[in-house]
Ligand binder design. Structure first.
Ligand code: GLY
Ligand code: MN
Length: 353
């Protein structure tokens, strides 16, 4: 899908130079590991190498974008030719996705004023269109299915790595193109680390197991976390679980278009603090997601962003008791014009296996 004309909304520069694979895909709908998109005065160019030339020409056939494929020198010539137009004074580029070396190469090619617009470009991706919402919903469906299956597979004695391998297999056989990010399986005392590295620790009776995972589906991500118990949890573990769940429920119930992200964060944080765990909620409450696992809007104590309709956010409070255990529960939610749609259907009552 061609979304390149969205760059017009920025009204900052005479031309835009897109080099990241994520934004090339977002604006043009064509997957490639290398290339550039140039957009100026309503004209769009897709520059890539010979590996993608034939496929790109077929893909863009009949669309208002010109494909240029060639070697490095040929592409540099094309960039110079396009951007040297007398009507172009300013060129916007993705400062947040361009290495210093690549920027030096680009700015050495052409004597124009380069303007950093990476953040403004990324903001164009916050509000999703119907196609994107459908892909994210499909990605989450796959993720829910994989979770339901893994509950039947987990047994005492399995390692975190074993569980991870089974879970990622379930994501893939249920339709995922791949995983959305490195799966987190954190068991027992490892679960007090919000982003614990995968280990060979064997799960044992009395462990909480935090599973944070997601699928990629047609390029779009899902993201969910559930904390389950192997055997009977202690009274404190149950209290912490119920506190996190209530903190999440309160925040989800307050979600709506027009609300300030900090306000949502405070709802969860205040509840967690009131229950005595103010120092144990160690991260933001949530984030947007789409082609990337972490996108705006950001739901944390510093974020003044306002939630808009057709954005997709996670709500994922957690409490982490150092060297002991942790709990995180995460759902994926679409903000609608009137209300919300929670895409995560997996149960949230504490599951004992
Ligand atoms: N699910 C991983 C994260 O949000 O950081
Ligand atoms: Mn997340």
């Amino acid at each position: 899908m061609l979304r390149i004309d969205k760059l017009k909304q920025l009204e900052i520069c005479d031309a835009y130079f897109i080099s990241s694979s994520t934004n090339r895909y977002y604006f043009c709908g064509f997957k490639s590991s290398f290339g550039y998109v140039i957009y100026t005065e309503g004209n769009a160019y897709f520059l890539t190498d010979k590996r993608y030339g034939e496929e790109a020409r077929a893909f863009f056939n009949g669309q208002s974008i010109k494909v240029i494929d060639g070697n490095k020198n040929q592409l540099n010539d094309a960039i110079q030719e396009i951007l040297s137009s007398a009507s172009i004074n300013t060129v916007g580029y993705e400062d947040n996705r361009t290495s210093c070396s690549d920027f030096n190469d680009l700015s050495g090619l052409i004597n124009k004023k380069f303007i950093a617009v990476g953040k403004q470009i990324d903001k164009l991706r916050i509000i999703k269109d119907e196609y994107e919402l459908a892909q994210i919903e499909a990605a989450q469906k796959v993720t829910d299915k994989a979770f339901a299956k893994i509950l039947t597979i987990i047994k005492g004695g399995m390692t975190e790595k074993d569980i991870c391998a089974e879970l990622e297999y379930q994501l893939k056989i249920n339709g995922a193109d791949g995983i959305a990010f490195d799966t987190i399986i954190a068991s027992g005392s490892n679960s007090s680390l919000p982003h614990a590295s995968l280990s060979k620790r064997k799960i044992e009776n009395g462990d909480f197991i935090v599973m944070d995972f997601g699928a990629k589906y047609n390029g779009y991500c899902s993201d969910m976390t559930r904390t389950i118990s192997l055997g009977k949890p202690s009274a404190e573990m149950v209290k912490v679980y119920e506190t996190v769940l209530k903190a999440q429920t309160l925040a989800i119930n307050a979600l709506k278009a027009g609300i300030n992200c900090k306000e949502i964060y405070n709802i969860s944080n205040n509840y967690i603090s009131a229950n005595g765990y103010e120092k144990q909620f160690l991260h933001g409450l949530g984030h947007g997601l789409g082609l990337e696992i972490h996108e705006g809007p950001w739901i944390n104590n510093l974020s003044d962003e306002i939630l808009e309709k057709n954005t997709v956010v996670t709500i994922e409070p957690g409490i982490y008791i150092e060297k002991s255990f942790g709990v995180r529960i995460e759902d994926l939610i679409i903000i609608k014009e009137n209300g919300i749609k929670n895409l995560t259907n997996a149960d949230k009552k504490l599951i004992l296996i």
